[in-house]
Write a protein that binds this ligand. Sequence first.
Ligand code: ATP
Ligand code: MG
Length: 653
Amino acid sequence: MVVPGATIDNLLRENERHPPPEWFRRHASWRDDRVYVAAAEDPDAFWAKQAERLHWFRRWDRVLDWDPPFARWFVGGKINASYNCLDRHVRSNRRHKAALVWEGEPGETQTLTYDRLWREVMRFANVLKALGVKPGDRVTMYMPMIPELPIAILACARIGAIHSVIFGGFSAKSIRDRVEDADSAVIVTADAGYRRGNLVPLKRTVDEAIADVPIVKHVVVYRRANVDVPMHAARDVWWHEAMAMADAWCDPEPMDATDPLFILYTSGTTGKPKGVVHGTGGYLVGVATTAKHVFDLRDEDLFWCTADIGWVTGHSYVVYGPLANGATVFMYEGAPDHPQPDRWWSIIERHGITILYTAPTAIRAFMRAGDEWPAKHDLASLRLLGTVGEPINPEAWRWYHRAIGGGRCPVVDTWWQTETGMILITPLPGLTTLKPGSATRPFPGVSAAIVDDAGNPVPPNKGGSLVITRPWPAMLQTLYGDPERYTQVYWSRVPGRYFTGDGARVDEDGYFWLMGRIDDVINCAGHRIGTMELESALVSHPKVAEAAVVGRPHEVKGQVCVAYVVLKRGEEASEFLEANLKDHVRREIGAIATPEDVYICDRLPKTRSGKIMRRVMRALVSGQDIGDTTTLEDPGAVEEVRRWLATVEGRDA
Ligand code: ATP
Ligand code: MG
């Protein structure tokens, strides 16, 4: 049981500091601390100033209407997201600059200039119109990471249709649930995509998903891999045939700033995915501003955000944020370890990537594979690194900084969510002194706080719930078709504050440290322990690549900690090592946190976006039902945990 007013214990201390390198600071877009002060004094004026950078068909009347829990940004403004990502640049000296540089998994490459991308988008917008798509209609995309995905997205935005992108790794059942929830009559897909040398049968999966879903009237199929797929005469159309017949010109639809731009379902780490709805004007201001200043984006950069466009990170920092800034975006179709674990490092070397933005799960996988892979390549073009998706353990941070960034590149650890739309807590690389493992401070114009279970602010270095205390421009508008759930999930736990569901603490310098999900906090002998610190302690052991810690019910202590550990390549599991790891945690953070059991395994249960699903492990070790598993990447990992539990029970008996 949670004690009212309880906070989370803080067990781990990191003392390392990395001030911005002088060569970086000198040219950075923001390098003066006063930007925080000015934004805090008048956040609305700050966001209005950021909005000036975009093109508005009609200027807004009011920056923000706040009728809790519903925020409306740039009320009265008329804007079009595709116009801002394309036409604005086509009318400037960026017209023939590269917008997208793409590499397919088999190795082919393609570059689309802004001019070319704009023309493709206009044509595809006409294809959608010809299929009957109108402003406000929902269009689903289930695509590989190919340029046609951003083309389809921007085409929707152009005509005011709402896109709902589903990650190409989801099953037929997941597609069906999302298509029905969004009530979407058109789906855009491809015959297949490449993944780790195999073909992913996208069209076939769509066919299975919608076999008896009459709301779907049309499926547009892009021919990516030249595989034979059945085409249903009245329903299915080939992308290339429809494009050949479509008009070249399509005017952008002037949308209300508050009109929805897209629906996106969350990763499902904590349960059933939620259909997050984002608006147009506020969202675009939020992602354009953060893309520009968190990544210090410039015209000469080649920016690579490795996230699939099926996740919010891809929406905001592959498509809308960078393109709204006229940047050049790099996109890769396939698996990071295909054909070898150095594919990414080879890409960086061959294309001259300057900014890399990726997830801790990928960093830990590369760490596990070993230093020899990045060492084979010249990564000197990189000037900035970023991470998002999970807390990054200081050990993984240091590896990323050293083995990939050559010790020279700042690392921006960016905290945000599908719901927040834009990065909210992050360093600014030209002015923030970094501490490995901390996402540092709220972005200018954003206010966050840590509160206890009663909603009261907690003192420095006490852990509690992370809340956002004021609306921000890219804030979700609602959950699709379910405003009650929206109110209940985000606005009822701490009245008047946006509840993130994450635990965090603020240190004596005002830096935020994410401690893991509130639902995952372990209650052990009167202590409340976040998962992050224990896992970090485990990952700081030289043989450990990855760790997940969960609580198991215990008669006396309430709960005890159980640790799952994945070793680095070449390391051997043994009972001796298990004991050694317990000692290691005891030394690093103390006796209360020492895991009762350490289990060395090959893999951890993760979502398809690569996040550790502690709720599944927790349910397993507590003997409960594991709940919704449609977002689980690899059911085999769950079976492995089950087998281990069976052997442990045998051992104890
Ligand atoms: P669901 O909400 O369906 O359970 P999810 O929370 O995993 O899924 P996302 O919106 O993709 O869905 O992930 C946002 C979450 O990811 C955050 O709430 C936080 O827990 C975690 N996260 C993202 N970036 C960071 C970061 N830099 N540091 C710590 N945690 C992060
Ligand atoms: Mg979430």
